[in-house]
Design a protein around this ligand. Structure first.
Ligand SMILES: CSCCC(=O)/C(O)=C/O
Ligand SMILES: [Fe+2]
Length: 185
């Protein structure tokens, strides 16, 4: 099962786990309520043979798909990209990632603006709603390979915080208050 926890305030190495003392874990139902993030566990070995991924894609309208590899060797402008990923930002649309190899951390702000760290490993499909403030970092193993999905033509634009006046941000916050799942704007 995916692991998620509230982060400490330590400014040290972003690739460490950053647990509070004592650790405060967040289960998947609470993650959804607190952030609007959705999660599916898939079997990487049978991904293209079983119907689970296809069903999710069809139901959610994901028509675009590609793959990203984050490693020194494979990611052009590696250092700059990683800095960009770890700068708090939002997107107008969902950010959908399915990890197929390696691992990393997505940090998402909860409804009280606290950081929750979500550890992603192979088989984890994490869906961040449009309008949520978040960031991503590799862990100490420095490698992740993930499939990215999108509804229609992909838009990767990141809007750094503060972007509170954006419609997608306002809609996200309204949806969160009503306890609704928030999707793309
Ligand atoms: C594992 S995917 C790399 C991170 C990324 O694509 C992104 O947009 C972070 O916000
Ligand atoms: Fe992002």
């Amino acid at each position: 099962m995916v692991r998620a926890w509230y982060m400490d305030e330590d400014e040290g190495d972003q690739r460490n786990e950053h647990h509070k003392n004592p650790p405060e874990f967040v289960d998947i139902e609470d993650l959804k309520k607190l952030t609007g993030c959705e999660y599916f566990k898939l079997n990487v070995a049978t991904l293209d043979k079983d119907n689970t991924l296809k069903k999710i894609k069809d139901e959610r309208g994901y028509t675009y798909e590609d793959e990203i590899v984050c490693s020194k060797e494979c990611l052009p402008n590696y250092e700059d990209k990683l800095k960009m990923f770890y700068t708090e930002h939002l997107h107008t649309d969902e950010e959908i990632r399915l990890v197929v190899e390696g691992s990393g951390y997505f940090d998402v702000r909860d409804k009280n603006d606290k950081w929750i760290r979500v550890e992603v490993v192979p088989g984890d499909m994490l869906i961040l709603p449009g309008g949520i403030y978040h960031r991503f970092t590799l862990d100490n193993k420095n490698y992740i390979r993930a499939r990215r999905f999108f509804i229609g033509e992909p838009v990767w634009t990141a809007y750094n915080r503060p972007s509170d006046d954006m419609d997608c941000r306002k809609e996200y916050l309204q949806g969160l208050q009503k306890g609704k799942s928030v999707r793309a704007s």
